[in-house]
Design a protein around this ligand. Structure first.
Ligand code: ATP
Ligand code: MG
Length: 208
C-alpha cells in the first residue's frame, strides 16, 4: 500500500475543526506527506462539525483564516474553504467524494489522529468511506494504537487494508487546552504558529 507506482499521484486531506489549528495538526500532516509521498496536503476546516454539538465553535471563516495562516509556510500545504462554504453538517464522505471528482487521477489519503479514527464507526457511510479512500491514523498522546487496532479488528480485511498507522512525535497539544489557556491567561506560545497566536490575540478569541 505504501509503494508508489510510477504514475500514481497522491493527495492528503487533513480534516478537523481547527479551533484553533496547532502544531499537533501540522506535525501529523507533515509526517503523512513524507511517509506516504503525498504531493499536497489540503487542510479542510469543518463548517459545522456533526461530532461537536456540545460546545460553541468559532465562526467557520475565522477558523479557516487561522488555518490559512498556519499552512502558509509549507509549500506542500494549503487550506480549502470547501466545508466552511457548504451549508449543513460537514460529513467527510461528502468532502472525499467532492475531492475525488475534483482530482480524478489522485489517490486520496485522509489524515486523522488516533482519537478521531477510533470513532469512525459513527461517521456517515463509514464503510463506503473506508472503501473509497485511504486513512492514515497518527499517534496522539493518550490514545494507544493497539487499542485502536483492536477496535477496528471486526472490520472486513478489504476495509482494514486501507488504514495505515503512523508514529508522529508525541505532542500533547489540543485545541481544547489552547482555548482554556487563553481563557485563563496562560501562555500558548510554542503550541501553535506565531501567526495564529498573533491572530488570536488581535481578535480577542477564546477570552470567554
Ligand atoms: P479539540 O480539542 O477541540 O477536539 P483537537 O486538538 O482535537 O481539538 P481537532 O480539530 O479536533 O483538534 O483535530 C483534527 C484532527 O487532528 C483529528 O483527526 C485529530 O485526531 C488530529 N489531531 C489533533 N491534535 C493532534 C495531536 N496533538 N497529535 C496528532 N493528531 C492530532
Ligand atoms: Mg479533537
Amino acid at each position: 500500500m505504501n509503494t508508489v507506482t510510477a504514475r500514481e499521484r497522491r493527495l492528503g486531506i487533513m480534516g478537523g475543526t481547527f479551533d484553533p489549528v496547532h502544531f499537533g495538526h501540522l506535525v501529523a500532516a507533515e509526517g503523512a506527506r513524507y511517509s506516504f509521498s503525498l504531493e499536497k496536503v489540503i487542510f479542510i476546516p469543518a463548517g459545522n462539525p456533526p461530532h461537536k454539538p456540545d460546545h460553541i465553535i468559532t465562526e467557520p471563516s475565522i477558523r479557516y483564516k487561522m488555518t490559512c495562516l498556519a499552512v502558509a509556510s509549507n509549500p506542500s500545504f494549503c487550506a480549502s474553504d470547501l466545508e466552511v462554504e457548504r451549508p449543513g453538517p460537514s460529513f467527510t464522505i461528502d468532502t472525499v467524494r467532492y475531492m475525488m471528482r475534483l482530482h480524478p487521477n489522485e489517490r486520496i489519503f485522509f489524515i486523522t489522529g488516533a482519537d478521531a479514527l477510533i470513532e469512525i464507526s459513527t461517521w456517515k457511510n463509514f464503510e463506503v468511506l473506508l472503501s473509497i479512500c485511504n486513512f492514515v491514523a497518527a499517534t496522539r498522546p493518550g490514545y494507544r494504537l493497539l487499542e485502536l487496532k483492536e477496535k477496528l479488528d471486526p472490520l472486513p480485511d478489504s476495509l482494514k487494508q486501507n488504514i495505515s498507522y503512523m508514529e508522529v512525535p508525541a505532542l500533547a497539544i489540543s485545541s481544547t487546552d489552547i482555548r482554556q489557556r487563553v481563557r485563563e491567561g496562560r501562555p500558548i506560545k510554542y503550541l501553535l504558529p506565531e501567526s495564529v497566536e498573533d491572530y488570536i490575540i488581535q481578535n480577542n478569541l477564546y477570552r470567554q
